[in-house]
Design a protein around this ligand. Sequence first.
Ligand SMILES: [Mn+2]
Length: 319
Amino acid sequence: MDELKFLSNYRSFFITSHLSPDGDAIGSEIALYFFLKAKGKQAVIVNDEPVPAGYRFLEGSEIIQPLADFKRRPRFRDSFEAAVFLECSSKYRAGQSGKIAEDVPILNIDHHIDNSLYGNVNLVSPGVSACGEIVHDVIIQSGGKITPEIASALYTAILTDTSAFRFNTNAQTLRITADLIDSGAEPNKIVEGVYEQVLFATLLLLGKVLSTIKQTPDGYVVYCKINRQMYQETGTSECDSESFIDYLRVVENNRVTFLLKELPDGKTRVNLRSKNAYDVQKVAAEFGGGGHRNAAGCTINTGLEESERLILAEIKKIL
Ligand SMILES: [Mn+2]
């Protein structure tokens, strides 16, 4: 198998993932890192941004270097022979960290349906719940051992990408998850680490955001907006609102939910979720974004109000 050959052939690896890293990005990176180290390889994990607070409880999260730190190393460009991009549908998703690894052979491991197959080796499985599932399979197929640290990292990846096993979950997802528990992942500890360390200020922000909730007259579309003032008033930032979309998904009879976030440059970030066959990836793609059928995102070059109008018009086409 090409990906196994890739990981055996080179001695030193640059591991990275997408901007605004989530649990799948961080968990997959850490698991791959420990696996490569156990094989006697050199590896670094470099992301543009620091590890979000919710994943710092994971063993191995301290290894992840912000790009600025990595660049301070002497001859940092010569410190790796190959790169592994995790969870990046295009190499641009990895931001500046991805640029550093452009000239070395790339292994692209992902589960996004719109992956552009930019790697020298591409391991893309759109059907699986999380990139962490693919990393799990790679480790098993290489005869590697799932240590407790790897198990915890992969459990976190799958837990978060399925919103705690609420969607994208099938029997194989749960079989892998069961294996991870057998290998030392502690579900209670991980749930507490990921979901139950919410800052008080984040709930203050949630209160403001939920007060903007709207639905279309047919009830099919439910959405909220976040403006810059809400962050300022509560002392929070974008990353604190990551899970807010999940609160909208529970509204009865909804087909599509979205969250509009005003960015510092006045553009609007849109997080989209949908039920069943309603394909929000198509909606996101209209604005140059991407993702999966039931979870996607894009950035629109206008303010909140105009973006609301534009996105509602596109959603109408898929209902
Ligand atoms: Mn993912």
